[in-house]
Design a protein around this ligand. Sequence first.
Ligand code: CTP
Ligand code: MG
Length: 180
Amino acid sequence: MIGSLVATAFWAMLPAYVPNNAAVLAGGGRPIDGGREWRGARLLGDGKTWRGTAVGTLAGVALALALNRIAEPASAALGVDLPMFALPAAVALAFGAMCGDIGASFLKRRSGRERGAAFPGLDQLDFVVVALAAVFAVDTDWALAVFTPSVLVVVLVMTPILHVVTNVGAYALGLKNEPW
Ligand code: CTP
Ligand code: MG
């Protein structure tokens, strides 16, 4: 029971999990805010770039389409009915995740935090909350069927744990400047 909830939650959220990691690998180039400041601090900061956002979104959508191709055998192997992603849902999850992360940077700059500063809680959940809001708005029936209340609880518990583990890993590998 809990195993199938975790499998469904992880599968359905993968297109929202991957964009941030892809952005770390692809980041660089022109910052989205073009260097602009607002109220004495950068609007978003150099850590939010056009390239990172575009590559991150594309990586999430590409992953969703790849998962669609293996949904049947994976469902059979796990004994769980794993969902397929329609394109609008995939885009909502991936782009929503990127927007959540960008929104968090906006809030970090407003609260005087420099690029790379930690904001516990926000760092771990910003992208999930916006990705979920986006997919519920864009493909409501699909989202209601996939993200049942129990799956949502698993997502909200599992995501911060996964986020910490992957970021510490990326930091240890020298891919990321801070372990959060
Ligand atoms: N990145 C990017 N574009 C994005 C998100 C991330 O280019 N939309 C890249 C940047 O190179 C960034 C790295 O991924 O430095 C790590 O992302 P993150 O931790 O979100 O950014 P920080 O540099 O820590 O900046 P912030 O304090 O604004 O979160
Ligand atoms: Mg950071």
